[in-house]
Design a protein around this ligand. Structure first.
Ligand SMILES: [Zn+2]
Length: 328
């Protein structure tokens, strides 16, 4: 990695004005722009960030219209749903344990289970089908919020968490999977979560973990970078510090996600096979080559599983998910 100490504006975490340039990268995933971007590391607190930050309208243009959709496979709907449930199973277990503990501490309370960045609402649909609820989703995308209700019967708000029309202390669990790294001001969302959570409520936060072996191996080609949509690249320790700063106490941490970690390694190795990769997918629309590429990608993901389990066991997994409660 190239390093040089120069001025890169102020660090949003510690306000330091100097940073190291780690590398320059473009949008490898969706090729929404020809521009290149600098990835810098604060010389004081070591938080990694995109520099300069794009304006909101620029950032919006870096998201394809259907970015929130799960990858489509040439499988029938029933099989696709089974696959999504399986891929989310460890995450669902993590959330259900938090729900159970919150319910034990506040018996009889039926607060909202809120998914921030809910996409099409599939996760909440599964959790509601297990008897949890009431559930609600929130998403920036109007199409996503609409799909959450139409496709999964999950009530969803289009907007930001800070302006969500929910009463203070009305939520039992707030889930934020892969949200904070895309925000200009993650503290604003964490402050809102702190206000909306019931006293015994739990916050579940997941982000890519920049302190992973995959980042060491692939650098700017690590799939978890997702330049230029990610404004911040947290290490697990950065996220813990941020949560502590916002009045949360971290109770649990897990460095593995069945949905994300093996696919992150597979896509870092062979991005062209990734089912989420829009242009290539469209060029292969419904052909036998697309089915073949799906099968090859799935085989690669399975082959990546042992390494990613070992990586996570060493606390260097490519994602980190934390459970936190409000400090008393
Ligand atoms: Zn800093």
């Amino acid at each position: 990695m190239e390093t040089s100490l120069v001025q890169f504006g102020r660090c949003p975490a510690c306000d330091a004005t100097s940073a190291n340039l780690l590398f320059i990268a473009g949008d490898r995933r969706w090729a929404t722009t020809d521009k290149t971007f600098q990835i810098v590391e604060c010389s004081q607190c070591r938080l990694i960030r995109l520099h300069p930050q794009p304006t909101p309208s620029e950032l919006n243009s870096y998201y394809p219209p259907d970015y929130w959709k799960a990858p489509e496979h040439d499988l029938d709907d029933w099989l696709r749903q089974k696959y999504r449930r399986l891929a989310l199973s460890d995450c669902i277990y993590f959330i259900e344990r938090a729900l159970a503990e919150a319910a034990e501490l506040a018996p009889g309370a039926r607060g909202v289970l809120l998914d921030v960045g809910c996409g099409d609402g599939f996760l909440l649909r599964v959790l509601a089908s297990h008897g949890h609820g009431p559930v609600a989703g929130i998403d920036f995308s109007l199409d996503a919020a609409t799909a959450a209700w139409r496709e999964n019967r999950v009530p969803a708000i289009c907007g930001t968490l800070s302006s969500a029309p929910l009463a203070d202390e009305s939520c039992t669990v707030i889930v934020m999977l892969h949200v904070l790294q895309h925000l200009y001001n993650p503290m604003e969302y964490l402050d809102a979560a702190h206000r909306l959570l019931a006293p015994e409520g739990r916050l579940i936060v997941q982000v890519p973990n920049a302190a992973c072996w995959q980042f060491l191996m692939f650098g700017d080609k690590w799939h978890g970078m997702d330049v230029p949509r990610q404004l911040l690249h947290f290490r697990a320790s950065d996220l813990e510090t941020l949560l502590e700063h916002c009045g949360f106490e971290v109770l649990r941490r897990k460095h593995f996600s069945l949905r994300d970690n093996p696919s992150s390694l597979a896509s870092s190795l062979l991005l062209r096979l990734d089912p989420v990769l829009g242009p290539l997918r469209r060029s292969l629309a419904k052909s036998k080559w697309r089915l073949l590429s799906d099968v090859a990608y799935l085989a690669l993901v399975v082959a990546c599983l042992p390494f990613t389990i070992f990586e996570a066991a060493c606390h260097a997994g490519s994602t980190v998910i934390l459970e936190a409660r409000k400090k008393s």
